[in-house]
Ligand binder design. Structure first.
Ligand SMILES: [Zn+2]
Length: 367
């Protein structure tokens, strides 16, 4: 018997997606639990930044820069608005778009800041991506861990008191609930490929024994800078308004095609969306679009239209260059997209699970 797919009557989530439950009233659990985001307040942010300045380090803050909109806006706020002495860095995941490179160059010039590029051996990192895809159906966890670890290392080396991040409330729930950043799970996934040396895995992880508890303690004791999601403290302008500010103040350029997408900094993103759409029935931007509907930034009809356009543009033959780089054939993609949800889930670190539960109870450091 075929069960018909149900779509929420408020947003565009379907009950084919893991974790989405649509009630008899036609409304999904995400819409039911949705509360408009209330910023923590600028005065709290100012206190944190003042404390960072008083430490009189070489830099007040580290700003990871992807060349995307949110991180560039964070750099703008940190330097132009809050007058911080900032160090910036970019993790080159091998898929940095030309747009992102230009935006990084122009914004660091505009802000007169120091900047560091971090890049792993290309062949080896591609082997990690390929292994993660073939084993777990996901690629973004590798890049996410690469970004995080280099960020912590730089913060430790230059003793930056804070790390200013550009996550925003619109991006909530935009990642899969699989623990794609869990180190033990990743180690198990990489371990399935005997060609990857333990030495490279250690080099990639930088801190091969880091878990949530150690990370928390290292931050509390000042070894790592305190992570601050600056956009959660402020009334953030709309996407379009941020685009205007960056164009005027940072010589920012934005590709026309990227309307509503925040990740044109990575050329592999459409490919990862394709895989996720096929495998989990949900692209990365679907939850973002739904958040925008709930925040009245977009109508349900507009979101539907974007989803239809996405489906048309997300075609395998558009991804030849990336598939070639990762040495993937069409039959590999079939295998990847049929990998079940939460594969390797039993390898997730127990201490991370306990810490996540404790943190959700204490509500500390939620962002
Ligand atoms: Zn909904």
């Amino acid at each position: 018997m075929e069960i018909e797919e149900k779509v929420c009557s408020k947003c565009v989530l379907s009950d084919e997606i893991e974790g989405v439950i649509i009630g008899d009233d036609g409304i999904c659990n995400y819409c039911k639990n949705f509360k408009p985001f209330v910023p923590y307040g600028e005065s709290k942010l100012l206190k944190i930044l003042e404390k960072a300045k008083r430490k009189n380090r070489l830099y007040d803050a580290l700003v990871p820069l992807s060349g995307g909109k949110d991180s560039t806006y964070v750099l703008y706020l940190a330097v132009k608005k809050y007058k911080l002495n900032v160090l910036t860095y970019t993790y080159d995941n091998g898929f940095v778009s030309d747009f992102a490179r230009k935006n990084i160059d122009s914004s660091i010039r505009k802000c007169n800041v120091d900047h560091i590029w971090v890049k792993h051996d290309e062949k080896l990192i591609e082997e990690l991506y390929r292994t993660a895809l073939m084993q777990s159906g996901e690629i973004c966890g590798v890049c996410g861990v690469g970004i995080e670890r280099s960020m912590l290392k730089i913060s430790e080396a230059w003793k930056t008191p804070v790390i200013l991040l550009g996550h925003s409330a619109t991006e909530e729930n935009s990642f899969t609930s699989e623990n794609i950043y869990d180190q033990n799970r990743l180690k198990a996934i990489f371990g399935a490929n005997g060609n990857i040396s333990q030495q490279f895995i250690k080099r990639f992880l930088v801190y091969p024994d880091l878990d949530f508890i150690r990370s928390y303690l290292f931050t509390k004791t000042g070894r790592f800078g305190k992570k601050v999601n600056i956009l959660y403290y402020l009334d953030v302008p709309s996407d379009k308004e941020i685009g205007e500010i960056l164009k005027n103040e940072m010589n920012w350029i934005e590709p026309d095609l990227s309307k509503y997408t925040r990740h044109f900094d990575c050329i592999a993103e459409p490919f990862t969306n394709y895989v996720r759409e096929k495998r989990l029935n949900s692209s990365r931007r679907l939850p973002q679009l739904c958040n925008m509907i709930r925040n009245n930034e977009m109508t349900r009809e507009e979101a539907f239209q974007i989803c239809i356009n996405d489906k048309e543009s997300l075609r395998l033959d558009n991804f030849d260059p990336i598939m070639k780089r990762l040495n993937l054939a069409e039959k590999d993609i079939q295998k990847i997209t049929s990998i079940p949800f939460n594969v390797y889930g039993n390898k997730t670190s127990m201490s991370n699970k306990i810490f996540a539960i404790a943190r959700s109870i204490l509500k500390e450091n939620a962002h």
